[in-house]
Design a protein around this ligand. Structure first.
Ligand code: AMP
Length: 401
């Protein structure tokens, strides 16, 4: 089956082609025709299944076919700003050849640019609940013309305590609309909310076996902090990895690691926010061409990278925000290709590891390597205090990267 078979418009097919996606994932096959037909949808699907495209593609198509107005016609609610940004990127990418405008609305950043964007007129609003409510209260957004509501990761929204905000937002939406409800899990609270919101919905469940568009083998190696670099060089060299993307938390750390790997005889480059666009493009081209074996990147720098289907992704340091882990490992094993995501975890990162395991809902297999293990002393040292977090993640994270 192809995307064309699903009845998608040529503009969307072109955008998919640019991304290199040729085969719809199970959730896309099931959901797209239903959404195009205007039906409500209750979907059980996790990250990695291709769920974002499953709702974004038909949404864009329906909006492009209907008359435009000044006010937003679709609202996508997400639990975190990272997810809002990611959905916003998908809307922009898949909608590249359609005359639709969107705004991404989340807290922790200045409200004025968002107000200006909304005032200029948008078709789609992608938002986290808290900041959207701020706009509603200030009268800087109107939801009176919303014809489609999408709740993405509804279970996480409830886990994060957004139910009251969501209630307030729902009260401002037109009764008559299409509603698409996505959740990875369904406890009683979620079921109640979905029953209230949906009108004769089609049920779509992506089962465990075929959940992922992406097959990623995830593994942890517990390692002494001081031996991480040696371990990485050993792994790349001994297993003859030719193309590996390595994540560090800071720009400084990325530079230092790339330099050290070079000294170990492994052609490497670092990319991060302080590098010029030209330097990043050159590093990426060299990486793709195979001239560089190791590309060391920070999360923010990697976000904009067009690299897919990498065989190896290594977390040299775990991210503070567990969602970043999911983004990082999403760089490997795309669409049917097997990939490996390896995390080098020192004892002081046990808190981040637990947060990641909670988020992805599984324990990661941990295999120590003789000679690189942390000492009993290092293991017994008290964990460092958690970073200060706002509602949507650590402060100053942009500043660091
Ligand atoms: P999601 O579940 O929406 O977070 O998507 C998981 C990953 O799969 C994202 O990186 C998508 O860009 C990618 N993806 C979505 N649809 C397809 C497809 N049909 N073929 C290959 N990759 C896809």
């Amino acid at each position: 089956m192809t995307f064309q078979d699903l009845g998608l418009a040529p503009e969307l097919l072109r955008a998919l082609e640019t991304r290199g996606y040729s085969t719809p994932t199970p959730i896309q096959r099931q959901a797209i025709p239903e959404i195009l037909a205007g039906r409500d949808l209750l979907a059980g699907a996790q990250t990695g299944t291709g769920k974002t495209a499953a709702f974004t593609l038909p949404l864009l198509q329906r909006l492009a076919e209907a008359p435009r107005g000044r006010h937003p016609r679709a609202l996508i609610l997400t639990p975190t700003r990272e997810l809002a940004a990611q959905v916003g990127e998908s809307v922009a990418a898949y909608g590249a050849h359609l005359p639709l405008r969107h705004a991404v609305i989340f807290g922790g950043v200045k409200i004025n640019p968002q107000i200006q964007r909304l005032r200029a007129g948008v078709d789609i609003v992608v938002a986290t609940p808290g900041r959207l409510l701020d706009h509603l209260n200030q009268g800087t957004v109107s939801l009176d013309h919303i014809g489609t509501l999408i709740l993405d990761e509804a279970d996480r929204m409830l886990d994060m305590g957004f139910i009251r905000d969501i209630e307030k937002i729902l009260a401002r939406l037109p009764e008559s609309r299409q509603t698409l409800f996505f959740s990875a899990t369904f406890n009683d609270e979620i079921k109640r909310l979905s029953r209230r919101l949906l009108n004769a919905p089609t049920h779509v469940q992506v089962s465990e076996e075929n959940a992922t568009a992406v097959r990623i083998q995830q593994r942890v190696i517990p390692v002494a902090k001081t031996k991480k670099r040696a371990l990485l060089s050993y792994l790349v060299g001994s297993q003859d990895w030719r193309q590996v993307l390595v994540f560090t938390r800071t720009k400084h750390g990325a530079n230092r690691l790339a330099r050290q790997l070079e000294q170990d005889g492994l052609p490497s480059a670092a990319i991060h926010g302080n590098k010029s666009q030209g330097a990043r493009t050159r590093a990426l081209a060299a990486f793709k061409a195979g001239d560089i074996r190791v590309l060391v990147a920070t999360d923010i720098a990697a976000r904009g990278l067009d690299i897919h289907q990498l065989p190896h992704v290594v977390n040299f340091e775990l991210p503070d925000t567990p969602e970043d882990y999911v983004h990082r490992i999403g760089r490997t094993g795309r669409a049917g290709h097997q990939g490996e995501a390896l995390s080098l975890v020192s004892p002081d990162e046990s808190r981040q590891l637990r947060a990641i395991e909670r988020l992805i809902g599984e324990r990661l297999e941990s295999t120590p390597l003789p000679g690189y293990e942390p000492s009993a002393e290092e293991r017994a040292a008290p964990a460092p205090p958690p970073p200060r977090r706002g509602r949507n993640g650590p402060r100053n994270r942009q500043a660091r990267r």
